[in-house]
Design a protein around this ligand. Sequence first.
Ligand code: PLP
Length: 466
Amino acid sequence: MTFDLTQLLAERAADNFTLHERHLNPQFVKMLKTIGFDRRYVRAEGQYLYDDKGQRYLDLLSGFGVFAFGRNHPVIKRALTAVLDADLPNLVQLDVALLPGLLAERLLARMPSQECVFFCNSGTEAVEAAIKLARAATGRKRFLCCDHAFHGLTMGALSLNGDAIFRDRFEPLLADATRIPWNDLAALEAALRKGDVAAFVIEPIQGKGVNLPGPAGKGNYLSEAARLCRKHGALFIADEVQTGLGRTGRFLAVEHYGVEPDLVLLAKALSGGFVPVGAVAGKRYIFDKLFDRMDRAVVHGSTFGKNNLAMAAGLASLSVLEDERLIENAAERGASLLQRLGALSAKYEMLKQVRGQGLMIALEFGPPKALKLKAAWTLLESANKGLFCQTVIIPLFMRHRVLSQVAGHEMLVIKLLPPLCITQEDEDWIVDAFDDVLAQCHQLGGAAWDLATTMAKNALRLQAGA
Ligand code: PLP
């Protein structure tokens, strides 16, 4: 009998939770069941997910930014089908295929200050490649990164991670990585002055917490940081794995700040949501230092890098981005959402700030002034820092079918990272859902605080090891 995937999926449709419990990650299944996120999604289109009961969900998580162009986009699907139908040779390895060249050409057309591209399979691999390029190009060892930075979880990238929770138990990592405070030019210059820094690796907007760089315009943090790097002979590497490809309302987030990085890292959205891919774009002289002789032509690479399906997904994704004016949509919808969600902070005292750029938005919460609410808040936050966010995220999902996430560990920040194709109707859905849930959170005795008390008790019990 020939393999029939459709039949397999139909026959085993109800087995996903059991299979994950048994063979993958039982703790993750337990977590999903505890917070009531254990839905069985059966279909997805654009910004929407559909469960087995036919309910529609608005996805503000986008698979951590992968589905910037929406799920199952017909243009990207067609491109992938065309690759399969063409029976192309793939990964011959001792050849130079057309598709990687075409994708490099198209990417570089959007980044005029860059000249070369290296393709790999993920964001963290793009960071690993950048680490090697920077060491080869400068002959120096040290890297600078920021507190709260996130650049991926392989050992090199993890060395540049700003949060201890990710690093603990995995050390020793790269010995020559130094963390400096975000938005602190004096600390950057002090570290650069030692003359041993290969590169400063930075997210233009930090994913963990959605921290914005010092204000746009002349003399802003990012452009000054790039200038200082150049002055001290270090590379300025922009990790645009999350912010790139239109997310912030420009092709690259650094464009808001007039910065031309030495290397730009991309991944996530370039996949079209289908085929993992990562890319490092940079100046030719840097690439020439890594691949400096014929016998070193393959000193860095990856077996699946440049594979046809990933390259086609990237090309089709860039077409969709342009044809559907998604960068413009991200800028317009983002500005409108920032304004409308920001207006809720006048109504709800625990909503302290709404910030972001384009469709990368954070809602930051803080303690209430009202005495009764304050006691409930303290109970919750002493059980587990950042737990309050769950009193918003869970009802947003349960009552409004809006899928969102916290912006990092132990933070009072909720992050919105929707597909760039969201509409006016979706925008209303988001604002109405937050308005309703925040109103509940500000009424003591309501369902939100019942949930909160249960969560706090569970967290305390877990911490006590019960
Ligand atoms: N860099 C940034 C800024 C990221 O946000 C991420 C992932 O979230 C990575 C790197 C790592 O990417 P990947 O998960 O594809 O390895």
